[in-house]
Design a protein around this ligand. Structure first.
Ligand code: BGC
Length: 731
């Protein structure tokens, strides 16, 4: 403070209000705003490099640093290119992908996850972290599903709130993205998304609303696409009306990079900070073009001031103006443990015939570890979510550490993944495609034979298959073309499981894949997502039973792509630049329930090495909420955790409603043979739908089943509540 006072207050007069960190936020904002020149104000509402805004030393305003992304603090690039800055101090803890975090169904863990991100952001000198992403999984093909929290708005909300509260507790701003409707990467920069009002309110807005109203997120990033005809980065309805007016958001709205398209709309429709890829920063819409409009009188100064205020508010609220000490920490033992804990809690056991898992390390003499994914590092890939990890324990390394002393561990690659092009880069290999194809076929056969041989000669085969961060896989900028595993993996799984009855398939992927060709013959299947830099250890601990799996699916795994709503209806990927979400509210399990389609694995599904018995649930109706209680007994000899899921199913309704919707959950650790007690609070809003006619949330009078399940398709107990009168809820 003293040194700041020196900068502005030169004649021994009292330091201006904005320099006093004991003064209320709004008063500091106003004081600082009134000290700024026009150019200084303008400098705060657009980038001056890839990830910064300009410093104003005379006012003590620092250069503000932003960084991706959801899974850790990204490597530094630029300043004016996307190329790495080539530093040695920009490594980070590589956390499991957000879809893995969602599979943990543990909001407390989401908070620890966010706290880790916040501490590392502080240590790396960042002010705004560009995440978490919270777009809803509408299609299994979206290239960025791995960065998001799955298909259900309630689960996504809980994860987003935990993550953001944790991150922002460390004096940084999170940035909720991508607002709104960026649910596919195909034509992400132009597609116009249309959906009805209920779908908007009930499916696509809730996670953002919770981020704003419950977690108090300081920044929101507009999506690249359009919504109801207008680009989301300057969209009157979603930014001005909904986010700012209805929800009372006081922070800043930034563009996705290069997501602004017009000065007028940027000025008028709720954008506060323009970031981009173009390096002519003065020509950004909110730079000189806006200045010209201010000079000509086209725009009022109040419009500029509102944007600047929002930027200053975030800056002051996160301590940036107060020369906060660097603080934070990188790659601590605690961060590593959190990364590992999330991976362990998010791994989902999908199949375990005859209790093949956990493996008994004492009795197994040889293990064949098979598959390219066993020995591949994933941290760096996927686009903006990529991390330059301090280290990354691969599954093969994890298994060697865990069992390498007692058993012979062999490795066979099994299949080959074509070399990854640099993100967005051209193919510069210069290899003749025809020759490459011939060689690839020969290699494919060789790798397959070796894998089969390895499987045959081992007591157990652990086969790692899945997706990766290449183009048309789990990555930004493109979607997958279908749900199939690529590069001959289906055949590999079939051959390896035939060669060794004790084959465990481990899937490394951020989204559903087709399994019908091999699942019936596979005895055990574990879904590890992208489990972060401790992933190999977490997988090995799960395989050998040190960790009891407790993750559950945050998305439906369809048997076939055509079973999932946007594909069944031919809505995806849109036509002539327009994508109508004709499935409406029936996203994910809501569709499968309504249409009575059997999925491969339902939403909320996940096995454990323990067995749990649920008692009958009781419900108690209070004045503004319903309390659901039940006991869960662990009837096995292993300690374990169980996610108890609560779905609300209206028996009647004025408007069409999904058959059931997730409205609560809790994760209980129950020791072997003991009983845990689940207590879940359902606010009245859990029973409501959005009625566009009255522009409000409504609870109809009548009876509602409250289903308590181990998955959306495994209901263990049903209770019900009856409301005698209808209720209109305050939004
Ligand atoms: C992505 C954002 C990211 C930004 C900055 C964009 O292409 O969509 O999620 O935060 O780049 O890297």
């Amino acid at each position: 403070m003293i040194c700041l006072a020196f900068l502005v207050a030169t004649r021994g007069d009292v330091a201006p209000t904005f320099q006093n960190d004991r003064v209320a936020l709004e008063a500091r904002v106003e004081s600082l705003l009134s000290a700024m020149t026009l150019d200084e104000k303008l400098s705060q509402i657009h980038g001056d490099s890839k990830f910064t805004t300009a410093a104003i030393p005379r006012l003590g305003i620092p250069r503000r640093w932003m960084s991706d992304g959801p899974h850790g603090v990204r490597e530094d690039v630029g300043p004016d290119t996307w190329n790495p800055a080539g530093r040695t101090d920009d490594f980070a803890t590589y956390m499991p992908a957000n879809i893995c975090l969602a599979a943990s169904w543990d909001a407390e863990l989401a908070n620890r996850y966010g706290t880790t991100i916040g501490q590392e952001a502080r240590a790396r000198g960042k002010h705004i972290m560009l995440g978490p992403g919270m777009n809803i999984m509408r299609t299994p093909l979206n290239g960025r599903n791995f960065e998001y929290f799955g298909e259900d708005p309630f689960l996504a909300s809980r994860m987003a709130v935990g993550y953001i509260a944790g991150a922002q507790s460390q004096g940084i701003s999170s940035c909720a993205k991508h607002f709104l409707g960026n649910n596919q990467e195909v034509q992400r920069g132009s597609i116009n998304v249309e959906m009805d009002e209920r779908t908007l309110r009930e499916i696509y807005l809730p996670a953002f609303k919770a981020a704003v109203q419950e977690a108090g997120v300081w920044s929101v990033m507009g999506a690249y696409n359009r919504f109801r005809g207008q680009y989301c980065c300057h969209n009157e309805l979603i930014l001005n009306q909904i986010l700012k007016k209805e929800w009372g958001f006081r922070g800043l709205v930034m563009t996705d990079w290069g997501g602004a398209h017009s000065t007028k709309e940027s000025v008028l429709n709720g954008l506060d900070l323009e970031m981009g890829t173009n390096t002519s920063y003065d020509r950004f819409f909110l730079a000189n073009p806006f200045k010209a409009g201010l000079a000509s009188g086209e725009y009022s100064m109040a419009l500029l001031d509102d944007k600047v205020r929002r930027n200053l508010r975030v800056m002051i609220a996160t301590g940036a103006l107060d020369h906060r000490p660097t603080g934070g920490s990188l790659n601590t033992a605690e961060h590593q443990q959190t990364a590992r804990k999330v991976a362990e809690a998010g791994i989902v056991l999908l199949k375990n015939t005859n209790d093949l898992l956990p493996l008994d390390a004492k009795r197994i003499r040889s293990i064949a570890v098979i598959g390219d994914s066993a020995n591949r590092k994933f941290g760096y890939g996927g686009g903006s979510a990529g991390i330059k990890a301090f280290y990354e324990v691969t599954p093969l390394e994890g298994i060697l550490r865990k069992a390498g002393d007692q058993a012979t561990v062999t490795f066979a690659q099994g299949y080959q993944v074509p070399t990854r092009r640099a993100f967005g880069g051209p193919d510069v290999t210069g290899i003749n495609p025809a020759e490459a194809a011939k060689a690839a076929e020969a290699t494919r056969k060789l790798l397959l034979d070796r894998a089969v041989q390895a499987a045959r000669s081992a007591d157990v085969a652990v086969l790692f298959v899945g997706l990766n961060h290449n183009r048309n896989s789990d990555t930004e900028g493109s979607d997958r073309v279908d749900m199939n595993l690529q590069n001959g993996q289906d055949e590999l799984i079939q051959r390896v499981t035939a060669a060794n009855r004790n084959t465990v398939v481990v899937l490394i992927a951020g989204a559903p894949v087709a399994m019908s060709k091999w699942l019936p013959k596979s005895k055990a299947l574990l879904l590890a997502w992208y489990p972060g830099m401790e992933g190999g250890n977490a997988i090995a601990a799960t395989l050998f039973g040190d960790v009891n799996p407790s993750g559950k699916l945050p998305c439906t795994f369809p048997k076939r792509l055509e079973d999932s709503p946007a594909h069944a209806l031919g809505a995806y990927p849109g036509k002539d630049g327009l994508e109508s979400y004709t499935e409406g509210l029936l996203v994910g399990y809501r569709w499968f329930d309504e249409k009575k389609i059997e999925p491969e694995f339902p939403f909320g599904f996940g096995l454990s090495y323990s067995k749990f018995e649920y008692s009958a649930a009781s419900v108690a109706v209070g004045p503004d909420s319903v309390m659901v209680e039940l006991d869960v007994k662990n009837v096995s000899t292993r300690d374990g955790s169980e996610v108890v899921e609560i779905y609300v199913a209206p028996r009647q309704s004025k408007l069409m409603r999904p058959q059931q919707e997730l409205k609560g959950f809790t994760k209980l650790m129950v020791k072997a043979g003991q009983t845990g007690h689940a207590k879940v609070h359902l606010p009245m809003a859990s029973f409501a739908y959005y009625d566009p006619a009255v522009r409000s949330w409504v609870v109809d009078a009548g009876t509602y089943d409250v289903r308590i399940g181990a998955s959306s398709r495994d209901v263990r107990s049903t209770a019900n509540v009856t409301f005698r009168t209808s209720m209109l809820l305050k939004d």
